[in-house]
Design a protein. Structure first.
Length: 149
């Protein structure tokens, strides 16, 4: 039986969106991910719509979302390319893009209204502070998985 390998998962997600409701829905899921040790950054310069994943020496890229419509109805595609040089190049770009991201430690606890605190009338927050991510980052790849040393 293979031993599990510790990994570091970093996500680069859209910090700007043309769909405010979609962005709020997405952010409602941050806390659970942050609590699991996943690092999340929100890319600030522009809307981010890339789908690019790097795992070891494999790069996945394309237009498909991970939902039934994208996978079964729309004409979308994802490519799997096993190439160490390409994976290294994508990681360099990820780091450059990550430098322009805001860490997602600002994510509110689930159920909080924007701008609310535990004492505000519309709040269902358990605490005034959201989960924090240990952000060390300074990337177009939304996700990069690194084995930890």
């Amino acid at each position: 039986m293979r031993q599990p390998v510790a990994t570091r998962l970093r996500l680069l997600l859209a910090g700007k969106s043309d769909g405010r409701l979609r962005q709020l829905a997405s952010r409602s899921l941050y806390r659970r991910r942050l609590n699991k040790g996943i690092e999340i950054g929100e890319y600030q310069p522009q809307v981010l719509h890339a789908k690019l994943i790097v795992v070891d020496d494999i790069v996945f890229g394309g237009s498909s979302n991970l939902d039934p419509r994208s996978l079964r109805i729309n004409f979308e595609i994802m490519l799997r390319i096993h190439d160490a040089a390409l994976a290294a190049t994508v990681r360099v770009q990820f780091e450059a893009d990550l430098a322009q991201a805001r860490p997602a430690h600002h994510a509110r606890p689930i159920g909080c209204w924007p701008g609310s605190t535990p004492s505000s009338p519309r709040s269902s927050c358990a605490s005034g502070k959201a989960a924090r991510s240990d952000w060390s980052g300074g990337s177009t790849a939304p996700a990069v998985v690194h084995p930890l040393p």
